[in-house]
Design a protein around this ligand. Structure first.
Ligand code: GLN
Length: 271
């Protein structure tokens, strides 16, 4: 079968864009090569790889898990089913963190690092900072470690910890987290990529706020004076999150909107 014929068949099932993404992955080529080689025959091995990938995508498996990576803030992050797939919304959290880091360097803590997309991006963008990436899952930490080595080997530290449990008494200039924040009965969990992502990365109790409560409550002893805590949260959680921050004594409390106009990140400063 030719490349053009394979694409034509697959695109009936999963659409044009994803048919091409998956074939580029199988052929390890870029889009320009694919366009130029429509008449080339696929080898038997290539067709045998491509067919099952198309079928798995048609059955709902996320593209990022099938090809093993996802772009975030201009870098390719390795992802496996042990970690949440990085979302464009989370780039807002990175932007807000970068804006708040003092110029001369310091210490950053990424809680629930998953793939490491947040902490590794901050470390790569700001080599003068040391970033500690924490996750409770050993499998997730392996993924984060690989991404850290690729982009920010010199200034990242990886630590297995249930939130602050193993963090110690170092004080950080900024704590950042995209914790699980979905309510356990939320219908979104039955749709799209979420069905395949780790439940521990998504769900946080009946109201989705269990982990945010723990992160906010524990932050002050791990922050240096004037240090920031920034957290991503659900579309309807900014009031709850800013109330938690004020209740824990944070000042300069704010929420910020993502690309879709939704209040997606809240933060505050230890006064
Ligand atoms: N920090 C990672 C991310 O933002 C993982 C977040 C999570 O698993 N909840 O993608």
């Amino acid at each position: 079968m030719t490349i053009a014929a394979a694409l034509a068949e697959a695109q009936q099932v999963i659409g044009r864009l994803e048919a091409r993404v998956l074939l580029r992955h199988v052929l390890q080529c870029d889009e320009a090569w694919l366009i130029a080689h429509g008449d080339d025959e696929l080898t038997l091995a290539q067709s045998r790889n491509y067919g099952p990938l198309v079928a798995r995508r048609a059955a709902g498996e996320p593209v990022a898990y099938l090809i093993g990576h996802r772009e975030f803030y201009g870098r390719e992050f390795v992802v496996t089913p042990a970690v949440l797939i990085p979302r464009p919304d989370t780039e807002l959290l990175v932007e807000l963190a970068l804006q708040r880091l003092p110029a001369n360097g310091g210490e950053v803590l990424d809680l629930g690092a998953g793939s490491g997309c947040i902490g590794v991006t901050i470390a790569a963008e700001r080599p003068q900072y040391r970033v500690t990436l924490v996750d409770a899952s050993a499998e997730a930490l392996d993924v984060a470690r690989g991404n850290a080595h690729r982009y920010a080997a010199a200034n990242t530290t990886l630590l297995r910890s249930d939130w602050y449990a193993a963090v110690g008494d170092k004080q950080y200039d900024l704590i950042v987290s995209n914790p699980p924040y979905i309510a356990s009965a939320d219908a979104h969990l039955q749709h799209g990529d979420l069905r395949f992502e780790p439940r521990s990365a998504l769900v946080s109790g009946d109201d989705g706020l269990n982990d945010l409560r723990r992160i906010v409550a524990g932050a002050s002893v791990h922050l240096s004076p004037g240090g920031w805590l920034l957290c991503e949260h659900g579309h309807d959680q900014s009031q709850a999150c800013t109330a938690l921050l004020r209740g824990a004594g944070f000042g300069d409390v704010f929420s910020a909107r993502d690309l879709a106009g939704i209040q997606r990140v809240s933060g505050g400063r230890l006064l």
